[in-house]
Ligand binder design. Structure first.
Ligand code: C2E
Ligand code: CA
Ligand code: CA
Length: 409
């Protein structure tokens, strides 16, 4: 389909804007334009196969049904076309609305500020691409695995650890790695943790899963240490792991068995939905592990329950700024403010700071300028199999030596 043949629907309570937008579009050769000055009328257009639009230009502020409510109706109707938001609201408001639309998995071409410039309007419409058919999406949809299969996978040791490097922002030195578990599924290929960690927590399998991940990670770290790489290993620990005092013994014993000092082990703690209201046991376990000099890291800081209250109650010594506040923080005032506040708070508390999700050179330069301690993310390296880690280190140190990482910036 040619872009000029697109069926375009304009929704705005201001009839002057409707006329203006229609004129701009006609001037650019668009032939099929319908204008509605309220949400309910626009929905009637959508309900008719003949008038169902390929693209909707939607005003956010309308007196009865506002733009956000309108989007909800689009979701109910499984609208397959694209959307452009048009509004006089400020950037932050538009971005929030954009995130909402994305969350509903509606294709969003972008947003336009009022007054709309004809060039910007056309630029944005040119981004239109035909929708992905629903059956294609469902084919790639994520599968849910039940407890029985997952339990079997753990028993059969089908879980594999990947390791993502953490490096010093100042020197480029590789200081350690975070263990990220994957499931090498016999028929489905590599399955990511977002598809089975929740089930493991809900079905009482998280202790078995964590013991397996931990024992493999510490055995691997021992191999690295014996080859002269003094890496510090991080493991993700769910709050559910901390419900019983035996977890502490597990960690301590595995460290001893592998000849590792607690200072080389970091436990990254994330809150889980199932967290009981009685926090005494987790608190006791974490405090005792910290007393033994294991490192405790507050993961995904700033999201969900990973918050100030935890920072107050638990003796963390490392803070991981969530990737949602790191990537592109240099380009976005709101992200930058949250990033700065997290960094400075951690420093005041004497904690080390890791920025997650460092995805490109601009993110990296930003970390250098703001004095973050450590970086983790695809710019440095994606998570690796243990066998590829040493080779990656050689390549990384080559980049560092050639001034590609720390000198020129
Ligand atoms: P997390 O602890 O926040 O781990 C970081 C996630 O970000 C990883 O996803 C990693 O692959 C991804 N990532 C790293 N660099 C980048 C980047 O530059 N850009 C983007 N967009 N993403 C990046 P992954 O491996 O899918 O893990 C997802 C989550 O699953 C982890 O989030 C962690 O909360 C959980 N998880 C992983 N392994 C375990 C485990 O052994 N036990 C428990 N309880 N949870 C685990
Ligand atoms: Ca983590
Ligand atoms: Ca994280």
């Amino acid at each position: 389909m040619e872009v000029a043949d697109l069926k375009i629907l304009l929704v705005d309570d201001d009839t002057f804007i409707l006329k203006l937008l229609t004129k701009m579009l006609v001037n650019h050769g668009f032939k099929s334009i319908t204008a509605c000055n309220n949400g309910p009328d626009a929905l009637k257009q959508i309900d008719h196969p003949q008038t169902n639009p390929d693209l909707i230009l939607l005003d956010l502020n309308m007196p009865d049904m506002d733009g956000i409510e309108f989007v909800r109706h689009l979701v109910e109707r499984h609208y397959q076309g694209s959307l452009v938001l048009v509004s006089g609201e400020d950037e932050r408001m538009l971005k929030t609305a954009e995130k909402l639309v994305h969350a509903h998995q509606i294709s969003m071409l972008g947003y336009l500020h009022k007054p709309v410039s004809p060039d910007k309007l056309v630029d944005i419409i040119k981004k239109w691409t035909p929708p992905v058919r629903e059956h294609q999406t469902s084919l790639s949809a994520k599968k849910n695995y039940d407890a029985v299969v997952l339990k079997k996978a753990i028993t059969n040791r089908e879980l594999v650890n990947y390791y993502q490097p953490k490096v010093s922002v100042k020197t480029g030195a590789v200081i350690g790695a975070e263990t990220l578990v994957r499931w090498q599924h016999p028929t489905d290929g590599l399955v990511f943790p977002d598809q089975f960690i929740r089930t493991a927590e809900q079905e009482g399998l998280i202790n078995d899963l964590t013991s397996l991940v931990l024992s493999q990670a510490l055995a691997q770290t021992r191999v690295w240490h014996e080859s002269g790489y003094a890496l510090r290993i991080a493991i993700n620990v769910s709050m559910d792991n901390l419900a019983s005092l035996s977890f502490q013994d597990l960690v301590v014993n595995l460290a001893i068995d592998n000849g590792l000092s607690p200072q080389n082990i970091v436990l990254e703690v994330t809150e889980s939905q199932l967290m009981s209201t009685d926090t005494r046991v987790p608190l006791e376990i974490l405090t005792r592990l910290r007393l033994k000099r294991f490192h405790l890291s507050i993961d995904d800081f700033g999201t969900g329950h990973s918050s100030m209250a935890q920072l107050r109650d638990i003796p963390f010594d490392e803070l991981k700024i969530d990737q949602g506040f790191v990537h592109r923080a240099w380009a976005d005032e709101t992200l930058r403010a949250i990033y700065d506040a997290s960094l400075s708070m951690a420093k005041q508390l004497g904690m080390e700071v890791v920025a997650e999700g460092v995805a490109d050179e601009k993110d990296w330069v930003f970390l250098r300028q703001t004095g973050c301690d450590y970086a983790q993310g695809n710019f440095v390296s994606k998570p690796l199999l243990a066998n590829d880690f040493v080779q990656w280190m050689d390549e990384w140190y080559d980049r560092v030596r050639h001034g590609l990482i720390v000198n020129s910036i």
